[in-house]
Structure formats: structure tokens, C-alpha cells
Design a binder for this molecule. Sequence first.
Ligand code: NAD
Length: 356
Amino acid sequence: MKANLVVLPGDGIGPEVTSSAVRVLQSIAKRGGHQFTFTEHPIGGCSIEKHGAALTEETLQACLASDAVLLGAVGGPKWDNPNAPVRPEQGLLAIRKGLGLYANLRPVRSHPALLDSSPVKPDRLAGVDMIVVRELTGGLYFGEPKGRTRDQSGERAVDSMVYHDYEIVRIVELAFRLAKSRRKKVSSVDKANVLETSRLWRQIASEIAVRNPGVAIEHMLVDTAAMRLITSPAMFDVIVTENTFGDILTDEASVLAGSMGMLPSASLGEKGPGLYEPIHGSAPDIAGRGIANPVGSILSAAMLLRYSLGLEQEALAIETATDRAVTDGCRTADLAGKLTTLEMTDAIIDRLSAKV
Ligand code: NAD
């Protein structure tokens, strides 16, 4: 297969971890006889420095013309002023919008060798293997009206939670498709006892469940889901939820894996390239020291192979090699280990099977 991949390393540890993911992809390409081309473009703080904008039209066009996009992370203390007219995070929002990415997928697994690394008790973590599907372009973060007004009684702020039926249909259907190749269970998370948007969400999720009898559905209030993620996380297979709930629950779920550095994500649209990035930020406290954990970025590359290129065997090969490296005790500093980013990457490449 030939694939044109755009790499957006970004800021802080972004370049360190994306170069690891690229090395793993190159190694997989060699083993599987594929031809991947990689083109780098700036995003975030480094793009502001160079071009005065967090995402340039040139970068966006290159992404739109690609088969998939691999992103590092953006941001850092240099660009931290929340009132600055241009900020690195604008690059993330602009690229999600530009690529029409409405679904964010975050798999979370507990590795048996890392159960002690999570603040959650090991007996709760055994068997955790879930994927959280978060709606990414609707709800509270984008709804109108939004803003502040002032009158005699004082200042008033408003954000609006808005969902159209089609936005709910496409994300819940995606969750059901994913569940079919997993343990066949969807937990649809809402706040239907209070919110009208959630009542529409629950109604649509129930209708989709009727059309998918092979997959079990459970409706769960978001407050219950927040508690169950800690008390019984192994009960979840696919969680599907709206934007704000997903934003909060995905960060909560990330502690189950032991380190943020371990977790990948994929953002997908209806058509066009997907965007793949580790869930962590630019980690300015360790940037440039060569000690970042590259696993989140490497597993994001595996998701890229699976969802954008349809290379399931190759994706599995990377996931298996990463599992083996962790089982063998390979660890970076975030998991109390001594390996550098390069050494951890080598350990994973060494464990890739000779042929895929
Ligand atoms: P962060 O994820 O960058 O770091 C949190 C902590 O986790 C730090 O101690 C860091 O050293 C550690 N860490 C993160 N990834 C690691 C890895 N791969 N290996 C080892 N340790 C790792 O979050 P933060 O400190 O809140 O944010 C730093 C900057 O990143 C901010 O400017 C923030 O806006 C930005 N950010 C960007 C993204 C993104 O690009 N998607 C996401 C979150 C935060």
C-alpha cells in the first residue's frame, strides 16, 4: 500500500514522540512491503513563531490532501497567556474543524504489568479494556447563543448545549460499529433526568440499539458513569457520550492505564483523513530531555493503520510489540523506569514480528 502521511510534531515533547511513531511506521512499512511518505508541517506554538498563526492554510491543505495525520502536542509556557490573540490550542480546534472530525476515540486498557502504577486499586483494574467515543464538534463548546451580557442586576454568562439529531445518530452508530468487533456492549452516557439534549440522545441511542440486536446497550447517567469508571471500570466495553461529558470522562479514564504517556487517540470524520495523537500535552517540564514516553504516540500510529489505512494486522503487530515491551519491564521515567524515548522505541521495534 502507498500512503501519504502528514506529521505535525508541534511543541514540547511533540517532536520527540512523533519521531518515535514515525520510526515504528517506517519499520512496519518495511516489514509489510508498504510505501509510506511522511511530510512535516508546523502547528501550535512553533507555527505561531514562524507564521504568526497556530495553523496555516498550507498546513491545513496538506492535511486535507493526505491519507492521515499524525500529531504530537501543542502549547507551552511561552504561549500560556489566555488573553493572547493567537494561542497554540487554536491550531487544534481549527484542524478538527477543517478536517470535519466529529468523533474522538480513546481506547483505555490496563496492562497487567502496570496495575500498580495507577492510583486505582489493582483488583479493580484487572481486565479493563474499553474505548471511549466522544462527540467532538457539537454540544456546549460550540452551541449558540454563547457570551456575556451586563445589565443593572450585574453580569451574565451563557453557554448553550445544542445537539441536532444527525450529530447524535452518526456518533452512536459509530459506537455500535466499534462494539461489533469487540465485546458487543455500548454504554450510552447522558444526563437524561435533567437535560433535553440528553433525552434526545437517549431516544436516538435506543432506536439505534433496536436496529443492532447483536449489541447490548445500557443507558447510564454521567454521574453514575464517573463513579463506575473508578469502582468497576472493567464493566465497560464501548462508552459513547457527548462532547463535555466525554472531555471529562476521558481524562478520568486515563488514570486507569498508569500514565498519560501510554494512551493514544483517534479523531475521525465522515470522510477524509483522520487525526491521530497521544492524549497527553506538550509536557514542557520534560521537553528536550529525551525521556518522554513514546507509547501514546506509537499506539496512535497503530490506530492510524487500523482506521485510516485498513491495515489491521499491522496495527495489531504494533500493539502486541508494545505489550511485549511493557511485559518485559521496559519503562520510561513516568513509569519509574530508566529507558530514554529512543531506547523505549527501539525496544518496541525490536519486538515487532519479522513479517506482517
Ligand atoms: P501534559 O500532558 O503536557 O503533562 C502533564 C504531566 O504528565 C507532566 O508532568 C508531564 O511531564 C507528564 N507527561 C505527559 N506526557 C508524557 C509522556 N509522554 N511521557 C512522560 N511524561 C509525560 O499536560 P499539562 O502540563 O497540563 O500541559 C502542558 C502543555 O500542553 C500546556 O500548554 C497545555 O495547554 C498543552 N496541552 C496540549 C494538548 C494537545 O496538544 N492535545 C493536550 C493537553 C495539554
